[in-house]
Ligand binder design. Structure first.
Ligand SMILES: Nc1ncnc2c1ncn2[C@@H]1O[C@H](COP(=O)(O)OP(=O)(O)OP(=O)(O)O)[C@@H](O)[C@H]1O
Ligand SMILES: [Mg+2]
Length: 210
């Protein structure tokens, strides 16, 4: 079963053609690496899939259903966990704990259940010590790992991660790359990190710049 499909996607940003006919698909449990030069349009592609940018041409399908209006994109934003290239655009809660608890609470999960999710994710990424910290005071690497944990707390059906390992120390890099290797969630991973690309060994989709 196909989870995500992008067909002949053409996208202009500020009047300039950035994506010119991008095609790919991800099946259940499949994981894909998106690579390409700086400015080739990888982030633009992720933002188009999430419906933040509208394409001039082409189709985006989630589980076989074409995403058209705002209503469709609203729906899939609850199902696709999207980790922004810049964590400052993503993190918005006062503390790390609240950030990770936000999505499951918004999805109507019970307090006790949410507490378990938060505990589990803090443990998975070994960030228990950050629990009560204000998110806006975190270091760059801390922000990045917290933003990954926050996206996972919604129990996404697909993950789209834009450079999630940028600025991570050795330990956190290894925790995250093992997590990505082991997870059963389909992943679309944008990265420049050679070591990660080799470690994961996933199918590579190259975005050619304009
Ligand atoms: N809001 C914007 N206004 C003007 N130009 C933009 C805007 N957003 C993106 N661009 C341009 O669109 C092109 C694609 O940008 P994008 O961020 O998608 O590249 P990328 O492949 O993610 O690059 P990187 O590897 O550096 O993250 C770039 O030339 C960029 O300057
Ligand atoms: Mg980018």
């Amino acid at each position: 079963m196909e989870v995500l499909r992008v067909e002949d996607l053409w996208v202009k940003v500020e009047g300039r053609e950035v994506l010119k006919g991008v095609n790919f698909s991800i099946k259940e449990r499949e994981k894909v690496l998106i690579v390409g030069d700086n400015g080739s349009g990888k982030t633009t592609l992720a933002e188009t899939i999430m419906g933040f940018i509208r394409p001039d041409r082409g189709r985006i399908l989630f589980k076989g259903k074409e995403l058209k209006g705002e209503e469709d994109f609203n729906q899939i934003r609850r199902k696709i966990g999207y980790c922004f290239q810049n964590p400052d655009e993503q993190l918005f809660c006062p503390t790390v704990e609240e950030e990770i608890a936000f999505a499951p609470l918004a999805l109507g999960k019970k307090r006790e259940e949410v507490e378990e999710i938060v505990k589990e994710l803090l443990k998975t990424f070994q960030i228990e010590h950050l629990r009560e910290r204000p998110t806006h005071k975190l270091s760059g690497g801390e922000k990045r790992i917290v933003s990954v944990a926050a996206v996972l707390s919604m129990d996404p059906e697909v993950l789209i991660l834009d450079e999630p390992t940028l600025g991570l120390d050795r330990k956190r890099f290894q925790i995250l790359s093992s997590f990505l290797k082991e997870t059963e969630i389909p992943v679309l991973l944008i990265t420049h990190e050679k070591e990660l690309i080799e470690h994961l060994g996933w199918r590579v989709v190259r975005i050619e710049g304009p």
